[in-house]
Design a protein. Sequence first.
Length: 351
Amino acid sequence: MNLRELVSALNDFASLSLAESWDNVGLLVEPSPPHTVNTLFLTNDLTEEVMEEAVQKKADLILSYHPPIFTPLKRVTWKTWKERLVVRALEHRIGIYSPHTAYDAIPHGVNNWLTKGLGACTSVPLHPSTAPSYPAEGTHRVEFCADNTEHLDTVLSKIKDIQEISCLTTLPARVEGEEQTRVSLNCSQKALLEVVALLSQNSLLYHKTEILLLQKPLLPHTGMGRLCTLSEPVSLSDIIARIKSHLKLPHIRLAVGMGKTLESPVKKAALCAGSGSSILKGMEADLYITGEMSHHDVLDAVANGISVILCEHSNTERGFLSELREMLASHLRYKINIIVSEKDRDPLQVA
């Protein structure tokens, strides 16, 4: 499979439009074409040790969950380890692709995998994703009523001259017993300013104007984080054992909520892979589960009676790669070899 076909298939698997606006996702390093991909190499973090493993295993494309290029590079030399990753990739004609938060949001992604550590439960996104486009053209709808006069015809003529106007319709209407014309149009944010400026020149039109925001529809089961409702309440100690087993961890970090104990029941758990403070903050739950949180965010949760389980950042993500391998193999119709890094590991350990 050539690289561009594979990238298109990966984008179909998880639309990059679902990634957070601050993220850096997609194809980050591209060898000169033509470039055929026979082996796809999966890793959570692309370190120099993992890069050497990819070279040894003759990878043609590395899918690194975390983007190894995040802040802009001003040069590509042998000086810093991230620059060296790019040099090594290009020397060995290896592409680099990163999905990051796009994989967090999809229904079959990282957060969905993390919920499986809780046992039987139902889950919904904490912050639902919206469709990449509006259900109709434009971002706003403008509606107003006016007497059916030559003045209205003049206004409509001027509106039609404004760019990014669509769905302009006029319908007869009765307002307070008087025959009038109801005007409706869709427009972009930029065109909205021009429409409002035009209508404001006539106070009668302006005071009868309604402006509606066209909301992008929510995507089902898609978004950041998950709020999980367990089928049956489980003690906090049992949840700890389940999470450690699911993530294959000998230990986790725990903060017990005010007034709670290890035997306190957990019915609702809010979770977010990676660094979940901003996603979990303010959510009503018995328990927060994430990789890492700031000290003060943990204090806030505990003060509100919410227990916190921290597993370290990449430990809440890395286990997903094995499941991802199977899903991608099926999605790509088993056309290429897919392997998971054996060198990829969390940088932190207990000493």
